[in-house]
Design a protein around this ligand. Structure first.
Ligand code: PMP
Length: 401
């Protein structure tokens, strides 16, 4: 049975070119990038090349790129590191703005900040899963120090108006610069799900901090980066060897960093455009096929405002988990939501924030497509899925036609 992988928001298969770039750094060129000798300097040079590749993609200075273990760490570092640095500078009242649709690696450290007495506002989204920049603007107070809004939501794929939010924060900062005392607002975006498809130019988007992850872009797991604009306050949260210019200690994951650089290096504008067109065509085939062959289905992804990767559905009356298992038995991999939250019974907060009924949210399946999916694979899904849903509905007390 040929397997079909439709869970690219969870992780991607490493591109062969990335794998090839990494290989020498496991055995032949194994030096510690902090060592003074030739082995170390060889590794250090290669790390700097990778840093340049990331900086080239973000259009920033290589010095502004901090390598981390992934987007979870980058997000934690932002929330804890910015507030800790401001706290050390003597700031007491702090207010942070984020959204209700963020990944758990933002929401959990955000609630930790609340427990420490920092106020956090979670802005709502429209039913299409998009934050209204006006609601961010309305929420800003004199005590606001940090705004963090993700670039693309991992559940439904909705693209957030990062540029508009960046510009309005910039205006607010300009206003503050003329006034009394208060420092500026820092703007962070979790771009983990955006890098494959969208412009992450940090200057144009006016972001001060940006998180990304290797394994979502056909690169390795356990490596990511945080862009930190020069002049941004950030207290290291992991102390030790003063790596990454004191921003993140720990021996550098040289093969991982080489892989991250190689993966991001593959994302030139022409390739991105080609991927977008191809993935959107395959995704649309899936969407039209499901809507046309299965009754009582809701498409929760608004394709007008989303990346081409996502197609998130609710199948009335059947548990998403049961559909997932049915498809898995046929070798087709999907998810009921983000892999990190899949251990919990609760529907993803993002779906509830979009106003989706909690019962219907539990009936959800997330398909996320990637650059290697084919139309033939979708034809297979469309053969297998309708009978699975039909069978489950026949035994479901929750489903009434
Ligand atoms: N943010 C978003 C939006 C994500 O989708 C993920 C991965 N599920 C993360 C952060 C965490 O990334 P990592 O796996 O690199 O820790």
């Amino acid at each position: 049975m040929k397997k079909v992988y439709l869970d690219h928001s969870a992780t991607t298969r490493m591109d062969k070119r990335v794998f090839d770039a990494m290989m020498p750094y496991f055995r032949e060129r194994f030096g510690n990038a902090s060592s003074v000798h030739g082995f170390g300097q060889d590794a250090a040079k290669r790390v700097e090349r990778a840093r340049g590749q990331v900086a080239g993609f973000l259009k920033c200075d290589p010095e502004e790129v901090v390598f981390t273990s992934g987007a979870t760490e980058s997000n934690n570092l932002v929330l804890r590191g910015v507030t800790a640095a401001l706290g050390k500078n003597g700031l007491e009242d702090m207010h942070v703005i984020t959204s209700r649709i963020e990944h758990d690696s933002m929401l959990e450290p955000a609630s930790e900040l609340e427990r420490r007495g920092i106020e956090v506002t979670y802005v709502d989204v429209r039913p299409n899963g998009v934050v209204d920049p006006k609601s961010v603007k309305r929420t800003i107070r004199e005590t606001t120090v940090l705004v963090s809004i993700m670039y693309v939501n991992n559940e439904v794929g909705s693209i957030q108006p990062i540029k508009e939010i960046g510009h309005l924060i910039n205006e607010e900062n300009a206003r503050r610069a003329g006034g009394a005392g208060r420092g500026r607002i820092y703007f962070h975006t979790d771009a983990t799900q955006a890098v494959n498809f969208l412009d992450c130019n940090v200057g144009l988007n006016r972001v001060d901090l940006l998180s990304l992850s290797g394994h979502k872009i056909y690169g390795p797991k356990g490596v990511g980066a945080l862009y930190v604009r020069e002049g941004t306050v950030l207290a290291a949260q992991q102390l030790g060897g003063h790596h990454e210019k004191n921003r993140r200690s720990g021996t550098l994951n040289v093969p991982g960093i080489v892989g991250l650089g190689a993966a991001i290096g593959l994302l030139d504008p022409e390739t991105v455009e080609k991927n977008v067109i191809q993935i959107a065509a395959v995704r649309d085939l899936l969407v039209e096929g499901i809507l046309g062959s299965i009754p009582d289905v809701t498409l929760n992804t608004d394709r007008q405002v989303s990346t081409p990767a996502h197609a998130h559905f609710s199948f009335a009356g059947v548990d998403g988990e049961s559909i997932l298992i049915g498809l898995d038995m046929e070798g087709i991999a999907v998810s009921t939501g983000s892999a990190c939250a899949s251990m919990s019974d609760e529907p993803a907060p993002a779906l509830l924030a979009m106003g989706i009924d909690p019962a219907l949210a539990r009936n959800s399946i997330r398909f996320t497509l990637g650059k290697n999916n084919t139309e033939a694979e979708i034809v297979r899904v469309l053969e297998v899925l309708p009978p699975i849903v039909k069978r489950l509905r026949e035994i479901s007390p929750a489903y009434r036609t």
